[in-house]
Design a binder for this molecule. Structure first.
Ligand code: DC
Length: 228
């Protein structure tokens, strides 16, 4: 396989997509683009404006109004990128538990999805990009030559999410996080199908470095394995 210009990584919450995506992009010198950030930014915008997230029409309208930019880190505080909403830095705000609780509802509205997918596609079509999300290989960039579907057990994913959240809030429990991840799995079901030509990777027993090595090995082998 020639080195693909677009690599998609899809999979459920907490499967390790962002760690893998960032590492892979850095190794290849590609742009790392976490598409979930766009749904999170829109959700935060609605909460901040006290717009009812269950009001589909308002949310679909808001999706066309807001300017969401994902740029290189503007501060050295452990962030992978800076997220700007109408010019305001909301990088950490979009990780709040309130956004976690509401984002799957917002991401279900067809008008929201259509607009976010359109914007994501514009970025993807520029190439040299590792795009991370749920529906990137299936709908946003189906022409991508290399598609990864990253999976892991609920237990592993809940533990990872808790470790991530504990950096900002040391009161979250594993039970709480497990329930929240399971609830999001249910709400995200509609976009959780791997593309038919995706390579399935299970991250429970592999480190991100091993995963990157496996993906890079795919470029060189004539008969690559379909799963790890
Ligand atoms: O990956 P994440 O947890 O940051 O995603 C946030 C939400 O956005 C999650 O509920 C799924 C949704 N999402 C989506 O529907 N499609 C994408 N391409 C990326 C995320």
């Amino acid at each position: 396989m020639q080195r693909p210009e677009i690599i998609t990584i899809d999979g459920p919450a907490g499967s390790g997509k962002s760690t893998l995506g960032e590492l892979l992009a850095r190794q290849l010198g590609y742009l790392y683009f976490d598409t979930g950030v766009m749904y999170r930014a829109l959700t935060w915008a609605a909460l901040h404006r006290q717009t009812d997230v269950y009001n589909q029409e308002m949310l679909e309208h808001l999706a066309h109004q807001v300017v969401i930019e994902v740029v290189a880190p503007m501060q050295d505080d452990g962030r992978q990128y800076t997220v700007l909403l109408d010019g305001t830095d909301i990088t950490w705000e979009i990780r709040q538990a309130e956004v976690d609780r509401n984002v799957s509802v917002v991401a279900r509205y067809p008008g929201v999805r259509a607009e976010m997918r359109r914007r994501q596609r514009v970025i993807g079509q520029r190439g040299h990009v590792v795009m991370v999300g749920r529906d990137i290989g299936t709908i946003v960039m189906p022409e991508a030559p290399l598609k990864i579907y990253l999976d892991a057990s609920l237990e592993t994913r809940a533990r990872r999410r808790m470790a991530e959240q504990r950096r900002r809030d040391d009161t979250v429990s594993l039970e709480e996080t497990r329930a929240s991840v399971a609830r999001r799995d249910e709400l995200d079901q509609h976009v959780m199908q791997p593309a038919p030509d995706a390579r399935i990777l299970h991250s429970d027993t592999h480190s991100p470095e091993e995963e990157v090595a496996w993906i890079i090995a795919l470029f060189d082998s004539a008969e690559p394995p379909s799963s790890m």
